[in-house]
Design a protein around this ligand. Structure first.
Ligand SMILES: [Zn+2]
Length: 269
């Protein structure tokens, strides 16, 4: 766990933190729309200043974004190639059926334990709907907390079609919004505008999808298990900036506590 912690710290140092990366994308968006829109009306010297700033922010933003996604991509590919030698074992827990029924999932879901060292955390294969839990997590967290994690993953299975629809709508919206810009500016500015807008939208929808999966899973298991898991994970990630895909652990904990407090009067009744 310490190696993950130091890798994360190095990543934050080299590729900046999530709030700064998001700010860079916002700056790119503003620069694409305002000076970018009027680029041909700007005096020549101002065009050079604009180009210099624009290229610098673009390079920095592209470098950080690629850096952030490089590691998960390498891990995914390495896991698919070298992970075959690690046998999968079906995960069994007597409370599982009850949760699947409570969540209204009729489809048979396969849940596996994996000792593949490339798999650093629980994940759901969106195509096959199979859920994988690393053995290291099974050793670290008690079964009740593992059930809460699985309920979160089951919520991803349940929401996968609506999430895919959101992504299609986002992509169409980005393409549609760049049409006007295309008529008024350079093609490269349009491409950068599309990149920044797409990244900002995907970040928003991915983080929202995670929060919704937290809530949906917690409705089936109660929020206590996930709160405990996130509090332990937060100890490994004290700076807790969140990422392009996941909200800050402290925000997720806060939302689950809110749910816990709201459900308390009902349980006392
Ligand atoms: Zn998730």
């Amino acid at each position: 766990m310490n190696s993950i912690k130091s890798l994360k710290a190095i990543g934050e140092y080299i590729y900046l933190t999530f709030p700064i990366r998001r700010l860079l994308l916002l700056i790119l968006l503003v620069l694409s729309i305002f000076p970018g829109f009027f680029i041909f009306q700007l005096p020549l010297n101002l065009r050079f200043v604009y180009a210099y700033i624009y290229i610098s922010v673009t390079c920095l933003s592209a470098y950080c974004t690629m850096g952030v996604f490089k590691d998960p991509i390498i891990m995914g590919v390495a896991s698919a190639i070298f992970g075959r030698k690690y046998a999968l074992k079906e995960y069994k827990n007597p409370g599982l059926e009850d949760i699947i029924t409570k969540m209204g999932i009729r489809k048979h879901i396969e849940i596996y334990e994996t000792s593949n060292p490339w798999v650093k955390g629980p994940f759901t294969n969106a195509l096959s709907c199979k859920i994988y839990i690393p053995v290291a997590w099974l050793k670290r967290f008690p079964p009740k907390e593992i059930l809460s994690i699985i309920a979160h993953e089951l919520a991803h299975v349940k929401r996968r079609k609506s999430f895919a629809m959101e992504i299609i709508v986002v992509m169409s919206a980005v393409l549609a919004s760049s049409v006007v810009l295309e008529m008024r500016t350079l093609l490269v500015v349009v491409d950068i505008f599309e990149f920044a807008l797409l990244m900002l939208f995907l970040t928003y929808f991915s983080r929202r999808n995670e929060s919704q999966a937290d809530m949906e899973g917690a409705r089936a298991t109660g929020p206590e298990g996930l709160i405990s898991v996130f509090e332990q994970l937060k100890e490994d990630d004290v700076r807790d900036f969140g990422s392009e895909t996941h909200p800050k652990l402290s925000d997720r904990i806060k939302a689950l506590y809110k749910m816990l407090n709201e459900s308390e009067p009902l349980t006392r009744r």
